[in-house]
Design a protein around this ligand. Structure first.
Ligand code: DX5
Ligand code: ZN
Length: 225
């Protein structure tokens, strides 16, 4: 496996200082941006205009996590704007393949997210249409929640398919990742770790990113020997 990736979630940042908060995680692999519409989840954050503004002030590839209804309509513009990866929820659409194709046609990587209670088996055959599988390890909607370890078998299922050469996809986990939980996720086979409060509550967020990456890398290496 490649070196683990860390995607700080700006949901835990100071929204009045987003450019500074983005600069504070220099060296991060992706910048995770949580878009919530107050319909798919009971919270409201930011949308395309803020993403467009952030794209102008950072070179970190942007990972947009759309917790919204009607991704068919709203997701492709994030890719058109220049987001590197655009992830939407399996539970939000009847036509995930169509949305993925539209995101890719707009120049983005396409991600499929699943809530903690959503199995991945019904989606395995469409995963070749995607670049990223985002396994939620909290209920989507809020940062700072407790990690749900029961989702890790979904990571293991995807990991085995990738390692067997049957699937090519990046496995991402989101919710409750911190120094106490990242090792079990790494051992299960996660490639990319979203971390909001663990990064932004640190005195030095960039150092927190490096520490989490090193911790995940050490845990994954331990697994493979
Ligand atoms: C939750 C969001 C997460 C959240 C993670 O709906 O998708 O990205 O910001 O925050 P922490 O790391 O604090 O759980
Ligand atoms: Zn997220």
């Amino acid at each position: 496996m490649a070196a683990p990736m860390i995607a700080p979630s700006i949901l835990a940042a100071d929204f009045a200082r987003l450019a500074d908060e983005t600069a504070a995680v220099a060296g991060a692999d992706w910048l995770h941006v949580d878009v919530m519409d107050n319909h798919f989840v009971p919270n409201l954050t930011l949308g395309l205009p803020v993403v467009e503004a952030l794209l102008k002030v950072t070179d970190i590839p942007m990972d947009c996590h759309l917790m919204i209804e009607d991704p068919q309509r709203w997701a492709p513009p994030y890719a058109e704007a220049g987001a590197y990866n655009v992830t939407f929820h399996a539970e939000a659409t009847e036509n995930p393949v169509g949305v993925a194709r539209d995101i890719r046609a707009a120049g983005g990587k396409a991600g499929l997210a699943v809530k903690p209670g959503t199995p991945i088996e019904p989606y395995l055959e469409i995963l070749p249409e995607f670049d990223t599988l985002l396994v939620m390890s909290v209920e989507p909607g809020f940062g700072g929640q407790k990690f749900i370890a029961e989702v890790l078998p979904k990571v293991g299922t995807a990991r085995r398919l990738v390692d067997a050469g049957e699937l090519s996809i990046l496995i991402e986990i989101d919710g409750g990742i911190n120094a106490d939980t990242i090792e079990q996720a790494a051992v299960a086979g996660v490639d990319c770790f979203v971390a909001g409060s663990a990064v932004y509550s640190a005195d030095d967020p960039a150092a927190a990113v490096r520490a989490l990456r090193a911790q995940a890398g050490a845990a994954a290496t331990h697994l493979s020997v």
